[in-house]
Ligand binder design. Structure first.
Ligand code: NAD
Ligand code: IPM
Ligand code: MN
Length: 361
């Protein structure tokens, strides 16, 4: 197969991790007889520097015409970068929101799985880890606070800022359907996370999710308040199968879930629309603190590339091969600094990419 992939290296560690993911994809191509062609576009801070905006219309059009998009990360040091003190639509993150909206990528899947080999890197106690965990966070990605109206005004010398959170029932229904469809292929258990004790949007969320659940009698549905969920994730992560939630809650809970897998550098993600098209992106950011030092863990991006093969290209055995190669590298004791524990072999970003590519069978 010949696949036309748009890459968005972005800022910070983005170029370093995308390079390793492409290295692994190229090895898959070699072994399985596929050609992956890459077209690079700019997004985020690097696009602001080049064109004055975080995403040009041309770049978005190029992404639309591709078979799938592979993203590193965008953004600088928040609060302390040249891209911070500007209008909201001119910030690096605005490029990311624009491409998500522009490609209608409403479903963000973030699988959090504990490899046995990384139990020592997991900050939880053994009793909390139990038999391990394997969950997928299904996060709504094109609605809620991220896309509400926002403005800052001053009245009588007092500054006031507003962000609005809106969901309509159609937006909730389509992401709920996605979560239940995924649950049918897993352990048939959905925990829908909201704040229905306070927010109207969460009450509507709950109502619509319950309606959708009626079409999936085999799937067990539970509701959980988001604050409780944050606590349950570290107390008993093994209870979660599919976690369905809105945009902002999903953002926060997925960073928490990533850390219990050992590191945020392990958490892959797929951002999908109603078709087979998707953008594949690690859940972490551009990590300006470690950029350019060969310290970044590329595994989240490599596993995101595996999700691309599975969801956009129907290449299940190729995706399995990437996942098996990652597993083998961990079994062989190689670790980047973020997942390092005593007795393991510490490697940098590039070597980790080489080691994974070499294990593609
Ligand atoms: P971050 O995820 O970039 O970093 C948080 C911490 O995790 C840092 O200490 C960093 O070094 C570490 N880390 C992250 N990824 C790692 C990896 N692969 N290997 C090893 N360590 C890793 O979050 P932040 O510092 O809050 O944000 C930095 C910038 O990234 C901001 O501009 C933010 O807006 C942006 N961001 C972008 C995306 C994206 O493009 N998808 C996602 C999240 C944050
Ligand atoms: C993520 C990131 C983004 C988000 C930011 C950079 C806009 O944190 O993909 O998790 O909040 O969605
Ligand atoms: Mn995030």
């Amino acid at each position: 197969m010949n696949c036309n992939i748009v890459t968005i290296p972005g800022d910070g560690i983005g170029p370093e991790i995308v390079r390793e993911a492409c290295k692994v994809l190229d090895k898959v191509g070699e072994v399985y007889g596929h050609t992956f062609q890459y077209t690079k576009i700019l997004m985020g801070g690097c696009s602001i520097d080049e064109y004055g905006v975080p995403l040009t219309d041309e770049a978005l059009e190029t992404a639309k015409k591709s078979d799938a998009v592979l993203l590193g990360a965008v953004g600088g040091n928040v609060g302390n970068s040249k891209w911070y003190d500007v209008a909201p639509n001119l910030r690096p993150e605005a490029g990311l929101l624009a491409i998500r909206k522009g490609l209608n990528l409403f479903a963000n899947l973030r699988p959090a799985y504990l490899y046995n080999e990384l139990a020592d890197a997991c900050p939880l106690k053994k009793e909390n880890i139990g038999d391990g965990f394997d969950m997928i966070i299904v996060r709504e990605l094109t609605g809620g606070l991220y896309f509400g109206e926002r403005h800052t005004e001053e009245a009588d010398g007092v500054l006031q800022a507003t962000d609005t959170l809106t969901y309509n029932e159609n937006e909730i229904r389509r992401i709920a359907i996605k979560a239940f469809d995924i649950a049918m292929k897993r352990r048939k258990h959905v925990i829908s996370v909201d704040k229905a004790n306070v927010l109207d949007s969460s009450r509507l969320w709950r109502k619509v999710v319950e309606e959708v659940a009626k079409d999936y009698p085999e799937v067990k549905l539970e509701h959980m308040l988001v604050d409780n969920c944050a606590m349950q994730l570290v107390m008993n992560p093994g209870q979660f199968d599919v976690v369905l939630t809105e945009n902002m809650f999903g953002d926060i809970l997925s960073d928490e879930a990533s850390m219990i897998t050992g590191s945020i550098g392990m958490l892959s993600s797929a951002s999908l629309n109603e078709t087979k098209f998707g953008m594949y992106e690690p859940s972490h950011g551009s990590a300006p603190d470690i950029a350019g030092k060969d310290l970044a863990n590329p595994i989240a991006t490599v596993l995101s590339a595996a999700m691309m093969l599975r969801y956009s290209f129907d290449m299940d055995k190729e995706a399995d091969a990437i996942e098996a190669a990652v597993q083998q590298v961990l079994t062989d004791g190689y670790r980047t600094g973020d997942i390092y524990s005593e007795g393991c072999k510490k490697v940098g970003t590039i070597e980790m990419g080489d080691l994974i590519a070499a294990r593609i069978r």
